[in-house]
Design a protein. Structure first.
Length: 228
């Protein structure tokens, strides 16, 4: 199964027209490498290395393992209130900056051995929403983009959809894209975007992280994936 019918998803980024040619060339290079690497046995979703333009941090994998119900419900509580959400955002940005500074100091000292480097693809739970590449097997199995929220949380929706149908999301560091971070949503969310984030986490928790007899999930597939 080839990726000739692949679909890629990326959040809209407001970039000047002068960037369009470079974007087309980079996408062409990306898909050329993709076709070469996955000539057969392609995963349902591929997550490339996503390097921030503001740092050297790789945004993938977003989540290596599925979060527990406690963590998801805690995030739902944090995002429910604007003040706690802003504090959470500031702490997350601070952690990102500290990671960048630590890595830059390590590289400056010439101790490259301490800088994590990957070259082999591996399965993950969730890919970063900046860009995801879908193989047609995702849709043939029953997957879709009918997500019930806006702007945030699509990573969890795709991860749970893949989990439901026994599909694989593969992080492949051999594929690389650059990401101009926060151009869609801003560094610190305003109340409108905070409301979207609150609705997104509530949707994900209510649909995927609560025990329900009506939840249509293939338990055999889930058991096999969770053991990996």
């Amino acid at each position: 199964m080839l990726f000739h019918d692949a679909v890629y998803y990326c959040k809209s980024e407001s970039r000047p027209p002068s960037h369009l040619f470079c974007l087309k060339k980079r996408l062409k290079d990306l898909f050329s490498r993709l076709f070469t690497f996955y000539d057969n046995n392609a995963p349902a979703v591929v997550a490339p290395t996503i390097q921030c333009t503001s740092s050297t941090m790789d945004q993938n994998p977003l989540m290596q393992k599925r979060p527990g119900k406690f963590k998801m419900n805690f995030l739902k509580w944090v995002l429910h209130y604007y003040l706690t959400y802003i504090i959470f955002e500031i702490l997350s940005l601070t952690k990102e900056k500290l990671f960048f500074l630590k890595r830059r100091v390590t590289v400056k000292k010439g101790d490259d051995a301490k800088v994590p480097s990957e070259s082999s693809p591996r399965p993950i739970y969730a890919a970063h929403g900046a860009i995801m590449i879908f193989h047609r097997s995702y849709f043939e199995a029953g997957g879709n983009f009918d997500y019930g929220a806006f702007l945030f949380g699509e990573e969890i929706f795709v991860a749970e959809t893949a989990r439901q149908f026994g599909l694989q999301i593969m992080f492949d560091p051999r594929l690389r894209v650059m990401h101009h971070t926060h151009t869609s949503t801003g560094m610190i969310r305003n109340r409108k975007n905070a409301g979207y984030a609150r609705e997104a986490i509530a949707y994900c928790v209510d649909h995927f992280f609560r025990e329900s007899k009506s939840t249509n999930i293939n338990s055999a597939h889930i058991s096999r994936l969770d053991q990996k």
